[in-house]
Design a protein around this ligand. Structure first.
Ligand SMILES: Cc1ncc(C[n+]2csc(CCOP(=O)(O)OP(=O)(O)O)c2C)c(N)n1
Ligand SMILES: [Mg+2]
Length: 325
């Protein structure tokens, strides 16, 4: 671990803030598109987790790989997917990166977004495999594997941790502990509140960002982890403690949690917190913040227009890309 803590530059902080804002607005627009039946894919909003999802993006290179989650718009925007890319996938359009086949499970080979597997937790091995291939090619790139605390219960987690250390694989494991696993609070299923400590058992360096809604703290931790993996020292584990402000998915009535708890958690929304800090440091003015919001709205409006005019795949292509033994 670096002895001196890294501090985000003004440019990095503004970039991260913009991506967080774009994520929030994109996800809200997605919910609206679903309600209007303009896309068939419902939402798993990452509202409140934008700092954890975007934090690494300031230090990612185009040739790095990311494996995101079902709640990962922040992670995909962070890796360079455009809002248009995302809406075309959610809309199942022929002109999307996957030709209308990905749906929620976004991927984009040109932008280094590896496919999200529908079976939760199966991506740990995929991340290690991709990292091993980067290492074997002598490339200075890394894989960032995002997941939640629920996915960390998958058996593959342990084998992947062990192998990543054994072969010094350049992977940064990023767990967003958002307090929920589908329809139950995580604390109801375990006495072990922290996930990152498990890395210790495999001799992997790790860090818990206790305030995972602090964009500056997340960015700093991610920089250290990415530098470590990029320099050939092997994997690193980062856990960001955050809170899922949104329901698990569209239509989840959230009967398993207290409205008062959620109301309290909104006070810790990472976006206004980042705004306040940017203003305090005089790294942005109120007008800059408003302009960034307007820019996000324009990007989203253009993406919606692109979605409306994009064609659906030809039904005759349904058997394309299917492998039969
Ligand atoms: C093997 C498997 N089991 C169950 C599911 C259904 N499922 C989808 S999301 C989810 C909860 C995941 O929780 P967590 O990893 O904490 O991520 P979060 O939803 O909180 O972001 C579950 C159980 C699945 N996709 N795959
Ligand atoms: Mg969770």
């Amino acid at each position: 671990m670096a002895s001196k803590k890294y501090e985000l530059t003004q440019k990095e902080a503004l970039d991260l803030y913009f991506k967080m804002l774009l994520t929030r607005k994109t996800e809200n627009a997605h919910e609206e598109l679903f309600q209007k039946q303009m896309v068939p894919v419902y939402t798993h909003l990452g509202t409140g987790q934008e700092a954890a999802g975007c934090g690494a993006s300031a230090f990612l290179e185009p040739e790095d790989y990311v494996i995101g989650t079902h709640r990962g718009v922040a992670e995909y925007i962070g890796k360079g997917l455009s809002v248009e890319n995302i809406f075309l996938e959610y809309g199942g359009r022929a002109t999307s990166g996957s030709g209308g086949r990905a749906g929620l499970h976004l991927h984009s080979r040109p932008q280094g977004v590896l496919p999200l597997a529908g079976s939760l937790g199966s991506d740990f091995s995929l991340a290690v495999g991709a990292g091993l291939s980067l290492r074997n090619q002598g490339r200075k790139n890394v894989v960032v594997d995002y997941f939640g605390e629920g996915a960390a219960e998958a058996p593959d987690f342990h084998g992947a941790m062990n192998m990543a250390v054994l072969y010094r694989v350049p992977v940064v494991f990023c767990c967003a502990t958002n307090q929920f696993v589908e329809y139950h609070p995580y604390r109801d299923s375990t006495c072990a509140a922290d996930i990152a400590v498990r890395a210790e058992a495999y001799c992997m360096p790790w860090k818990i960002v206790r305030d995972g809604n602090d964009m500056f703290a997340v960015g700093q931790a991610m920089k250290e982890a990415l530098d470590h993996a990029r320099s050939g020292k092997g994997p690193y584990f980062i856990e960001c403690k955050t809170y899922r402000l949104a329901p698990h998915h569209t239509g989840d009535p959230c009967v398993y949690r207290d409205a008062a708890e959620v109301k309290k958690a909104w006070k810790n929304d990472p976006i206004p917190r980042a705004e306040k800090e940017l203003l305090k440091r005089k790294w942005a003015t109120e007008t800059d913040i408003e302009d960034m919001g307007d820019r996000c709205e324009r990007i989203i409006a253009e993406a919606v227009e692109a979605l409306k005019s994009a064609p659906l795949p030809d039904p005759a292509s349904i058997m394309d890309h299917i492998h039969a033994g």
